[in-house]
Design a protein around this ligand. Structure first.
Ligand SMILES: Nc1ncnc2c1ncn2[C@@H]1O[C@H](COP(=O)(O)OP(=O)(O)OP(=O)(O)O)[C@@H](O)[C@H]1O
Length: 339
């Protein structure tokens, strides 16, 4: 488990001082994939780099499985760091070394024998899907393949935590998805806790269990992805959700329909409900015409969900009855607007 307690970080001094992190309290549970999302300059890189103390906080504690990293001397800190792997946006590979040599690097540093290193490198090359590429140089690889080398190198010493610093931001959407799938399978099969930072909600939606939204050096919203994504509270979170859901295009509503006879509602359903004909069954029983103004059916990690914005057309009492019927079927219904 990772605990950040009262983390603050200032860069520089005097008039030039920048406060990058204000007062961060955060817990990442063992075995989960935790995402931190924020705009450029929000403090994401500073925050993730405080976890392995690449960036030393100005105040606060970083506890990993109860060990206070901020209180360790250089020797013990280096030892603890071996239990935390890290991958980077621009891969940070040694360009004059082959794939196999790059992956071997941390194993050599850890003092392993040639035979041990060779066996482990082969195993890692297979794990990340780079069989046959061991003798190539980074310049001969695609961006996705370079990140696979970065992942293999980060996993070499069997870390319990993997930190991902914008690991897919330099990749195209298809390659991003393949790297995210690899991270998900590593998390599942090796039970490694993953902390990632990103500015893309798609990354959070695909693989994270929980998410924290950072803005101006503060966590403004945090929780399970299903809660934060489906019911974003803070304006910054709402902006990020709109990246993948789109903004509701209200111009789609029929302007000349009688005022007072339009009710806009948002229906959210999650899990098995996604595959049930609840909307059809309910609405065919209450004789309220409706149009769908916006709709998404997708997945949050492995959980199916749907969100539909409907405009009900009819007098208010009928619309209210339809809303009540939908709620009685277990759907989450918000009334966005009457009239
Ligand atoms: N070494 C540094 N010296 C001074 N200021 C810094 C330093 N590193 C970061 N900052 C400042 O701290 C704030 C947070 O930066 P940080 O890089 O953590 O944000 P970020 O969310 O990762 O942004 P990006 O996505 O653009 O990398 C910014 O105002 C940045 O200018």
């Amino acid at each position: 488990m990772i605990q950040l307690k009262g983390i603050q970080k200032q860069y520089g001094t005097g008039a030039a001082q920048v406060t990058a992190l204000k007062h961060i309290d955060l817990t990442v549970n063992k075995g989960e994939i935790f995402g931190i999302i924020g705009h450029s300059g929000a403090g994401k890189s500073t925050l993730i780099r405080t976890i392995n103390l690449l960036e030393r906080p100005s105040a606060g504690q970083v506890l990993i499985d109860g060990v206070d990293m901020t209180a360790l001397g250089t020797g013990r800190l280096q030892e603890e760091r071996r239990t935390i792997g890290m991958i980077f946006q621009h891969f940070n590979l040694l360009t004059s070394d082959t794939v196999a040599e790059n992956i071997a690097f941390p194993l050599r540093l850890a003092g392993q024998s040639k035979a041990q290193v060779a066996a482990r490198v082969q195993e890692l090359i297979g794990l990340v899907g780079l069989d046959g590429h061991g003798d190539k140089y980074p310049s001969q690889l695609s961006g996705g393949q370079k990140q696979r080398v970065g992942i293999a190198r980060a996993l070499a010493t069997n870390p319990k935590v993997l930190l991902c610093d914008e690991a897919t931001s330099a990749l195209d959407p298809q390659t991003t998805q393949s790297i995210l799938s690899l991270l998900l399978s590593i998390n599942k099969e090796l039970q490694i806790t993953i902390v990632l930072i990103t500015h893309e909600m798609q990354v959070i939606r695909s693989i994270c269990d929980r998410v924290a939204v950072i803005d101006g050096g503060e966590i403004v919203e945090a929780g399970p992805v299903t809660d934060v994504f489906l019911k974003p509270q803070h304006p910054t979170t709402q902006e990020f959700v709109a990246q993948v859901e789109g903004n509701l295009n209200e111009s789609l509503t029929v302007k000349n329909y009688a005022a007072g006879e339009r009710t806009m509602i948002r229906i959210t359903y999650i899990g098995e409900q996604t595959y049930e004909p609840v909307l059809f069954e309910t609405m065919s029983g209450c004789n309220v015409p409706f149009v769908i103004l916006q709709g998404t059916v997708s997945r949050l990690k492995e959980t199916p969900y749907g969100q539909l914005v409907l405009e009900l057309r009819g007098a208010e009492p009928e619309a209210i009855r339809a809303v009540e019927l939908l709620r009685s079927r277990g759907l989450d219904v918000e009334v966005l607007r009457h009239g």
